[in-house]
Design a protein around this ligand. Structure first.
Ligand SMILES: Cc1ncc(COP(=O)(O)O)c(C=O)c1O
Length: 443
């Protein structure tokens, strides 16, 4: 696979050119260990192309990515999925659409809706697992779209969610087509899914627009992402939409990392994912009497400690003590996140560590995550978020209107949203997840 961005940057670094341009570090790192990174970090000099007006090396690299993902268009994001979500929703705003969205969204979705003043209709999960994960049926979206009676709408889904739980995107896409509603998928946790044996990536299941956080499961620098489309309607419009929100100084190191990842996607990922899937299945079988694993795609190992009567934080402490740091540890679960580039020896190490953990020392009944509250909205999200606000301890906020969203992070899924009335039940849930204060509308 060609790597046009990496090639340009290395040639420039080796050319000894006097850098009378940005960035201010001039290719020189303050410490030796970062020297290669600083050498490659440049700005939009001649030949280096420009992310939002890409015509040369960046465009070529993005076309390579598009080919690998099998899309009509794939563009790079140096602002993670957050920037791609803003761009997707901007395209919906241009079409004056109402967004029918899963309630267990990441806060980046809310922030984008606040910026754009979008109307959102929430779909609550049929079955939920606290704020971390939910089971949504396509029928619930169909009901909602029917109730909108011909209003222009689009559907926004997150799959896989933070725990690796997948939604039936294929059936959801079918529902969306019946209503001519574009399907937008937050696939932040699933960039690799185009390369699994069964292609489980939303773009191969019927999504119109989809964002991936390449940095979450692929060997890419933090903040790297993709925005994809296979719809004629949005083809060629992704860059302009992104440029409204993105910095005019995207990082060439990140672009280089996405460029190099294309080579991994072409040559290594499929075989690696097969190996990982086999090894993860073996871990789950070998340790099935010890741990309860939630259903998830292979890179997410979600241990349902609440169902086992353990506090997940106790298991996480044991893992940390022997040298393994989990992605998430809460009362109800521990999440271990693998990469599509994970080495076999690390998966075997993980198995050994999970085997070495002792039974939970104080086997007290574990408090299950409280049910997700059905909230009442009395103000638009935008109006509430842009109103004067006051930060209050959650106990004192009952009956007031939420202004700013306070989320437990991770998973950064909001419990109460701007414009909603804060209830007693909501404050209990906020406290369960360690959120002690909340921004309220001050009128
Ligand atoms: C489900 C989900 N969507 C979107 C995002 C935002 O992604 P990024 O951090 O790449 O901007 C996250 C981040 O954790 C996430 O978990």
């Amino acid at each position: 696979m060609e790597t046009p961005i990496f090639d340009f940057l290395t040639n420039y670094a080796n050319s000894g050119t006097l850098r009378m341009h940005m960035p201010g570090h001039k290719g020189l790192a303050p410490i030796e260990s970062l020297s290669s990174a600083y050498e490659l970090d440049i700005t939009e000099i001649a030949g280096a192309d420009s992310l939002f007006e890409a015509e040369r090396i960046i465009r070529k690299s993005e076309e390579n990515a598009s080919h690998l993902f099998g899309t009509l268009e794939t563009v790079y994001s140096c602002g993670g999925s957050t920037l791609s979500i803003q761009a997707m929703l901007y395209l919906m705003k241009q079409e004056r659409r109402t967004v029918v969205a899963m309630r267990t969204v990441h806060r980046s979705f809310l922030n984008a809706c606040i910026l754009l003043g979008l109307r959102v209709v929430w779909v609550y999960p049929d079955e939920e697992n606290g704020i971390l994960s939910g089971e949504y049926s396509p029928a619930a979206f169909e009901k909602c779209l029917t109730a909108l009676e011909g209003e222009r709408a689009c559907v926004y889904a997150t799959s896989p969610d933070y725990t690796g739980h997948m939604t039936d995107i294929k059936s959801l896409a079918h529902v969306c087509r019946k209503f001519s509603a574009p399907l937008l998928v937050d696939n932040a946790h699933g960039s690799h899914l185009m390369f699994t044996e069964e292609k489980l990536h939303p773009m191969s299941l019927g999504a119109d627009l989809c964002c991936d956080s390449a940095h979450k499961t692929l060997p890419c620098l933090t903040g790297c992402g993709y925005l994809h489309t296979s719809s004629e309607k949005y083809n060629g419009r992704l860059k302009q939409a992104m440029s409204i929100f993105g910095s005019t100084s995207p990082s060439y190191l990140m672009l280089c990392s996405l460029d190099l990842c294309n080579d991994f996607l072409e040559n290594n990922i499929s075989g690696n994912l097969r190996m990982i899937s086999d090894k993860v299945n073996s871990i789950k079988t070998a340790l099935k009497d010890r741990y309860i694993f939630r259903k998830s795609e292979p890179l997410h190992i979600a241990i349902d400690t609440a169902a086992m009567g353990w506090d997940g934080r106790v298991l996480a402490d044991q893992l940390t003590a022997i040298g393994c740091y989990p992605e998430y540890a809460g009362r109800e679960m521990v999440l271990l996140l693998l990469s599509a580039a994970e080495k076999q020896e690390n998966i075997l190490r993980l198995q050994d560590m999970l085997t070495r953990c002792e039974d939970c020392p104080d086997n007290k009944p574990v408090q299950k995550a409280p049910a997700f509250p059905k909230m009442q909205s009395v103000m638009s999200m935008r109006e509430a978020a842009l109103s004067p606000s006051r930060l209050l301890p959650v106990e004192e906020a009952v009956g007031r209107v939420c202004a700013g969203v306070h989320v437990p992070c991770p998973p950064a899924v909001p419990i109460v949203i701007s414009g909603e009335v804060i209830t007693e039940q909501a404050t209990e849930i906020l406290k369960f997840y360690g959120v002690d204060s909340i921004e309220t509308v001050d009128i």
